[in-house]
Design a protein around this ligand. Structure first.
Ligand SMILES: Nc1nc2c(ncn2[C@@H]2O[C@H](COP(=O)(O)OP(=O)(O)OP(=O)(O)O)[C@@H](O)[C@H]2O)c(=O)[nH]1
Length: 613
């Protein structure tokens, strides 16, 4: 007994989960759990007594009545047996918190909920309504009430509705896991039964069809339904069950269900025709028969369901891994998460610099190629041309030309030449800066863990770029200082080693040879300065990279996020949570997956516990 409740309860839970998750079976391209679950679908023509059968299985009046097509959405009716003496109540899946104890209110809610989806247009919809009834007077069973098959559309319903209903009913009962409860009124020729007609289409061997014959009390005097009930008219693998529901008069007179069940029992036990079948007739017997059959079908299906659930769990877990686990809620854990993410970024950033990922090689290219080329291109030829040397030296001398060597002229020429080195050194700093910035951008993009946190990504990028900016300033100061140092103190040795030439000034009377002498003199000054500048250029070619690496690359590796960490430490829980703000779509999807996963896991546990007992 416990097993049976477990089995049907299990299927009930999975069915509800399916509806919550939008799995109604049918045309969805996704694999569906719904379709693998055994269920009992009630089919029959209009007024065949479908509602009456369902109500008498439940033992309560609760289905909407009226003319025309009343049932316009599938009603998944899950019956749960409770302990004797417990109060009966019902719950709808679409308003989970609310317990209904008044069954006329349930009827009203079924109507209202039907209209909510279909509108008042009287259209039909595939989306099921789930109703659970908890009662000591039911057996565990899940029934699906479907719209009655009709031949003509009525009162403003579109002509297509006849076909729509037929299609919807077929879509439910053609699933191999569907048990068909085919309702046929006894006062109608079985050959014209809508229920049998459609059941035969999808289950020709009658393996999963239960034939139910209603209105046995309405048969003409002197006739009986034994040919049908004993399987001679239309053969099914399961025995036919005869039913006597309340007549319209009974309903009008408010004959209650308990009295109706009693009268039904009496009808069979006192009937000369059906007396010896009495124990296998009536709605109570039908309910038990279905429950038992459903249980055996579920038992047979369990391995299949279990493997489907396991497969879905695997898929969901993979998706959750991809989406990332949910973010912690307490500030400490959030801070930890952020630090972990920063570390992941930092690791990738360093790989770009140290090798393994591209980037470091581009920095070397700056030192190895860009800087030497830029140094070579400096316009010293023009600056140290004869004309310019003459001009600078003369200006430096003033009214009293130099007597031995133009000390001031040399200084000015050298100073102004060294000034040219500022350009390439600043350019090297900038080039490396942009490479580092690009590496930061790429590292953020390549940090898989960061993908889901756009806010943190932006903050991290801003903090890193700010730090790089600081390193750039520092690096500029340092490299320019190297240049400045070159002009603050000249290498004395260089000048000492120059070939000494005693120059006589103004000793020659000839103006022409005077000129030639002066030309050679300035030429020598120019070429001396030029070779001094060349020597400095060689020095800077080596020392600028050292300064740049020291100030920018090494600092980036060492302390790129230091300031960010300090800022983080000052943040409160709310601000940390903001940093970990995610793309709402991702959050939504994760929530869905997590919820589904939880349900599937509990279904799996349920299955495990059932199959052990
Ligand atoms: N006398 C008698 N009347 C019955 C029996 N079964 C159903 N009826 C009556 O037949 C009418 C139609 O029954 P329902 O249970 O509403 O039939 P249905 O198939 O649900 O009808 P729709 O929902 O309109 O398609 C009602 O007036 C019932 O009282 C029965 O076994 N005996």
């Amino acid at each position: 007994m416990a097993t049976m409740e477990g089995l049907i309860g299990l299927v009930n839970r999975i069915q509800r989960a399916c509806t919550v998750l939008g799995d109604y079976g049918g045309d969805s391209a996704l694999p569906t759990l719904w379709e693998s679950l055994p269920s009992v679908a009630v089919v029959g023509g209009q007024s065949s007594g479908k509602s009456s059968v369902l109500e008498s299985i439940v033992g309560r009046d609760f289905l909407p009545r009226g003319s025309g097509i009343v049932t316009r959405r599938p009603l998944v009716l899950q019956l749960h047996k409770t302990e004797q003496g417990m109060q009966e109540y019902a719950e709808f899946l679409h308003m989970e918190k609310k317990r209904f104890t008044d069954f006329s209110v349930i009827r009203k809610e079924i109507q209202d909920e039907t209209d909510r989806i279909t509108g008042r247009s009287k259209q039909i919809s595939h989306v099921p309504i789930h109703l659970s009834i908890y009662s000591p007077n039911v057996v565990n069973l899940t029934l699906i009430d479907l719209p009655g098959l009709t031949k003509v559309a009525v009162e403003g319903q579109p002509e297509s509705i006849v076909q729509d209903i037929e299609n919807m009913v077929r879509s439910f009962i053609e699933k191999p896991n569907c048990i068909i409860l085919a309702i046929t009124p006894a006062n109608q020729d079985i050959a014209t039964s809508d229920a049998i007609r459609i059941a035969r289409q999808v289950d020709p061997a009658g393996e999963r069809t239960f034939g139910v014959l209603t209105k046995l009390d309405l048969m003409d005097k002197g006739t009986n339904a034994l040919d049908v009930l004993e399987g001679r008219s239309y053969r099914l693998q399961h025995p036919w069950v005869g039913i006597v529901n309340r007549s319209q008069v009974d309903i009008n007179k408010n004959v209650d269900m308990i009295a109706a069940r009693r009268r039904e029992r009496e009808f069979f036990s006192s009937s000369p025709d059906y007396g010896n079948l009495a124990s296998k007739m009536g709605s109570e017997y039908l309910a038990k028969l279905l429950s038992k059959h459903l249980e055996s079908v579920i038992k047979a299906r369990i391995p299949g369901i279990a493997s489907l659930i396991n497969k879905s769990i695997g898929e969901l877990e993979a998706e959750l891994d991809y989406l990332g686990r949910p973010v912690a809620i307490d500030a400490g854990a959030q801070l930890y998460t952020i630090l972990e993410l920063c570390r992941a970024f930092d690791r990738i950033f360093k790989e770009h610099l140290d090798g393994g990922r591209p980037g470091g090689d581009r920095i070397f290219a700056v030192f190895d190629h860009q800087l030497p080329v830029a140094l070579k291109r400096l316009p010293f030829d023009r600056h140290l041309s004869l004309q310019n040397v003459r001009k600078v030296v003369s200006e430096a001398d003033g009214y009293q030309p130099h007597l031995i060597a133009p000390e001031q002229g040399y200084r000015r020429l050298i100073d102004s030449s060294l000034n040219y080195f500022r350009g390439p050194s600043e350019a090297s700093v900038d080039a490396v800066h942009f490479i580092l910035k690009e590496i930061v951008r790429r590292s953020i993009a390549e940090t898989q863990e960061l993908k889901r946190f756009p806010t943190l990504q932006a903050e991290l990028a801003a903090a890193a770029n700010e730090a790089l900016e600081r390193f750039r300033e520092d690096s500029k100061k340092t490299t320019l200082r190297l240049v400045d140092m070159e002009s603050s103190y000249l290498t004395v040795d260089f000048f000492r080693k120059l070939p000494q030439q005693v120059e006589k000034v103004g000793g020659n009377p000839s103006a022409a040879s005077d000129d030639r002498y002066a030309e050679g003199h300035f030429h020598r000054i120019g070429s001396n300065v030029s070779s001094y500048v060349g020597m400095v250029s060689e020095t800077l070619k080596n020392s600028i990279p050292k300064a740049v690496v020291h100030c920018q690359v090494r600092e980036a590796k060492r302390s790129l996020l230091n300031d960010f960490y300090i800022q983080l430490g000052k943040k409160e829980g709310r601000q940390l949570a903001q940093l970990l703000g995610e793309n709402p779509e991702v959050m939504e999807r994760r929530q869905q997956c997590a919820k589904r996963l939880e349900l599937y896991k509990s279904a799996r546990d349920e299955i495990d516990s059932v199959s052990w007992s």
